[in-house]
Design a protein around this ligand. Structure first.
Ligand code: S3P
Length: 438
């Protein structure tokens, strides 16, 4: 079993490059596979999760060649996938399983999607319900909507278009329905209850799909529609750095007096930059320089200077924008003066692990008073952190968030079972080492 051993360090003075965005890497491999013709993807995140998507597309008959670090040449087959020889293993990746469900709902063959122990406990009913309404046949072999999933695509005939109001703001559900809608005959629409990451919308348009993007109503609900059937056109795509990976260093640098950290080439899609707004609200000093704000996926440079943070409330419509950053934002809350409240974040309970229980338990083990609530937690910040031996429950973001906490603790912090970090940020350990050595 691999561990991170972390101790307190001085000001962090460095420039950090984060690997490619996970959400965009998944989509780039899928959309390029769906397209007619050859696309070259650069900046692709070569993590276990995204490689699960590449392997899945290969199993479906797509030729994908790795021509350099983070560079993949995809020979799109216009969605004319061939039946895989066996099960398609999605590993730990919910994005792979949920987006593939939408992508494959229209295929005229049977396919079985499996996952690891964590993925096998995650709810797939949220995609099964709308996709079944479109006419695809699903069996959740794990019971109660849990994987393995058997999809018997459109053996019932072509998919029916659907108008679907999502009960939770989930980019994965939105994407699954829109991807299925590409093969349905007529207009498929999704209403999201609050803005969630819009990479599918932006990237589908880049690949030549026409979408109707409604304006958010007074309650923040927004309708996204597309008229099927539509085809994708191949195009090259450069994946920017992952702001969810940058988040760990943004928190570390913001909370450590005297730090100066530069992060270049990082994605600044407004549906993902909640981490910046929350940290700024907590008193963090950050300078953002966009490179090309008009790009399909905006990116730029973030300069952070360390100082003192104060507590805040994180909730409501902001939650989908920071959903993956909440573990490390909870660590920021522990380092800040005063109380930090996280609410409306029940979704954290169905991530790679129950992130509310995992974060609250680990913070308590480090001496931080935390009250767990059904949909979040209240953290009494400003208490000195004590080094501890911690579990990460096979969850990459718990492992990395608590490695950051260890940089502020008295004594040694050991995080066990950190192999899972390879699912989203394989070079995190190396960057952590360089920060500890500086
Ligand atoms: C993702 C959407 C989010 C996020 C996940 C990646 C995506 O999940 O937590 O890490 O790429 O669409 P939900 O759709 O379940 O909110």
């Amino acid at each position: 079993m691999k561990t991170f051993s972390v101790h307190s360090c001085g000001p962090i003075l460095t420039s950090i490059t984060v690997p490619g965005d996970k959400s965009m890497s998944h989509r780039s491999a899928m959309f390029a596979s769906l397209a007619e013709g050859c696309s070259t993807i650069t900046g692709f995140l070569e993590s276990e999760d995204c490689l699960s998507t590449v392997d899945a597309m290969r199993a479906l008959g797509v030729t994908i060649e790795r021509t350099g670090e983070g560079t993949f040449v995809v020979e799109g087959i216009g969605g004319r996938f061939t039946p895989p020889a066996g099960d398609v293993d999605c590993g730990n990746s919910g994005t792979t399983m949920r987006l593939l469900s939408g992508l494959l709902a229209a295929q005229p063959f049977r396919i079985r999607l499996t996952g690891d122990a964590s993925l096998s406990k995650r709810p797939m009913g949220r995609v099964i319900k709308p996709l079944s309404e479109m006419g695809a046949l699903f069996t959740a072999e794990g019971g109660e909507g849990k994987p393995p999933l058997v999809i018997e695509g459109s053996t019932l005939g072509p998919l029916k278009p659907l108008s679907y109001e999502m009960p939770v703001a989930s980019a994965q559900v939105k994407s699954a329905v829109l991807l299925a809608g590409l093969s349905a005959d007529g207009e498929t629409s999704v209403i999201e209850p609050a803005a969630c990451r819009d990479h599918t919308e932006r990237m589908l348009q880049e690949f030549g799909v026409t979408l109707k993007l409604g304006a958010p109503d007074a309650n923040g609900r927004r309708r996204i529609a597309l008229k099927g059937p539509q085809r994708l056109r191949a195009r090259d795509f450069a994946v920017p750095g992952d702001i969810s990976s940058a988040a760990f260093w943004l928190v570390a640098a913001s909370a450590k007096q005297g730090s100066k950290v530069l992060i270049e080439g990082v994605g600044l899609n407004p549906t993902r930059t909640g981490i910046i707004s929350v940290l700024q609200r907590m008193g963090a000093s950050m300078e953002i320089t966009p490179v090309d704000p008009e790009a399909a996926e905006p990116l730029g440079t973030i300069r952070v200077s360390g100082g003192a943070l104060h507590g805040t409330v994180i909730g409501g419509a902001e939650i989908p924008n920071v959903i993956d950053e909440l573990p490390v934002l909870a660590v920021a809350g522990a380092l800040a003066r005063g109380k930090t409240i996280i609410r409306d974040a029940k979704e954290l309970r169905v991530k790679e692990t129950d992130r509310i229980a995992a974060v609250a338990g680990n913070l308590r083990a480090m001496g931080v008073p935390v009250t767990e609530t059904e949909d979040g937690m209240e953290i009494e910040g400003g208490h000195p952190l004590k080094g501890a031996r911690l579990e990460c429950f096979g969850d990459h973001r718990i492992a990395m968030a608590f490695a950051i906490a260890g940089l502020f603790a008295e004594g040694e912090t050991v995080i066990e079972g950190v192999e899972c970090v390879a699912t989203s940020y394989p070079t995190f350990g190396a960057t952590l080492e360089s920060v500890l050595a500086s």
